[in-house]
Design a protein around this ligand. Structure first.
Ligand code: ZN
Length: 361
């Protein structure tokens, strides 16, 4: 462990000291002769290497499966897989967050250098010699060490917990349905289907881990009128309300999760003082932080006039899960495992909100 950290620090030193000149990196298992990879792309200050080149240089076996759009490789910890746009690396039944998603650049699947510096050493138990001969953009900070700590913390955190909830029940509005498809994304994916799949995953997590009822506005593909849509949220034991949508944009670059709450004035209660945030905002901020912690892109919390609801004081957050007009978001939202990560993150936010609510009382 300590030699691994030493090695990371060495690698970071190399990143700092090496001077520009080549768009290339040197890579090897520690103690072996480095191989040169000279097809390196920089995106947003991060070096991306073709995963095939990395595997070849380190003599690991892996290949791209075009059927399910996934790259699989073997590690001592088990079979691992990743996919373009994915926020995590899957190993067995573990999900390991990636700081930067793998992406297709110039026709090849590429992984960020932190995959080589952090994830591969952790998966193989070996140190990697890595030297970027032409670091572009910001130099990596000693954050790499804490990324390693985060990785292990994450693996430990997967040990489960069933706790008593302060929240009595959650209502989830599953956007659109039936004749109302919502946004139609790239490749014809429909918002109504994506949000239904996601709602089912989030529902399971809440039921399993908090042991409380979850009321969905719909659990299949059918049209809802306003009255029926609000039935779920009108149950007396509902303590939080999540409204699920996905969006589209004419700019393919628009991406990420967005969270909306009603303007505070519309829900304000006399007990609110300057600097206080209302419960909806607190829930949205907790969800946002949990999403950021898991490596998802999330905008600042917005305020908007959400659909008029029966109970104005009910903590309510509308979640736009992503842009179906963006290839990365679409890949994430279409993938059951990636959606699960998203659901886990939003659950973590809800859990944090629940815990803080409890400790306030
Ligand atoms: Zn919608």
């Amino acid at each position: 462990m300590s030699s691994r950290i030493q090695f990371l620090i060495l690698s970071i030193l190399f990143l700092c000291l090496s001077s520009p000149g080549y768009a290339a990196v040197e890579i090897a298992w520690s103690g072996q002769k480095p191989k040169l990879i000279n097809e390196v792309y920089n995106r947003d200050g991060v070096a991306y290497l073709a995963i095939d080149d990395v595997m070849r240089a380190l003599r690991l076996k892996g290949r791209w499966y075009s059927v399910d759009h996934r790259y699989r490789f073997r590690t001592p910890m088990g079979k691992a897989s990743l996919f373009p746009g994915g926020a995590y690396l899957r190993v067995g039944d573990q999900f390991i967050p990636l700081d930067h998603p793998p992406r297709f650049i110039d026709g090849r699947l590429r992984v960020p250098e932190d995959f080589v510096l952090v994830q591969l050493p952790a998966l193989t138990g070996n140190s990697v010699y890595y030297r970027n001969l032409n670091p572009v953009g910001e130099v990596k900070s000693p954050g790499d060490e804490s990324a390693l700590d985060q990785l292990f913390a994450f693996l430990l955190r997967k040990k489960n917990r069933q706790e008593v909830s302060h929240l009595r029940a959650i209502a989830i509005d599953v956007g659109h349905g039936g004749s109302d498809s919502g946004v139609i994304g790239l490749t014809g994916v429909k918002e109504k289907d994506v949000v239904l799949e996601f709602a089912g995953q989030l529902e399971k997590l809440i039921k399993m881990r908090l042991g409380i009822p979850v009321y969905l506005s719909r659990d299949g593909d059918y049209t809802l009128d306003r009255k029926h849509r609000l039935q779920a949220v009108s149950k007396p034991d509902v303590d939080a309300y999540l409204i699920l949508h996905a969006q589209g944009h004419f700019t393919p670059a628009a991406h990420g999760v967005e969270l909306y709450v009603r303007p505070v004035a519309a829900t304000a209660d006399d007990r609110l003082r300057a600097g206080d945030v209302d419960d909806s905002t607190r829930l949205a901020l907790d969800a946002r932080q949990a999403l950021l912690d898991e490596g998802f892109t999330v905008a600042e919390v917005h305020s908007a006039n959400l659909l008029p609801l029966g109970r104005g004081d009910l903590p309510t957050v509308m979640i736009e899960l992503g842009y179906l007009s963006n290839a990365d978001d679409l890949a994430l939202l279409k993938d059951g495992e990636a959606r699960q990560m998203l659901a886990e993150a939003i659950f973590d936010g809800l859990k944090k909100y629940d815990d803080d609510t409890r400790s306030k009382k």
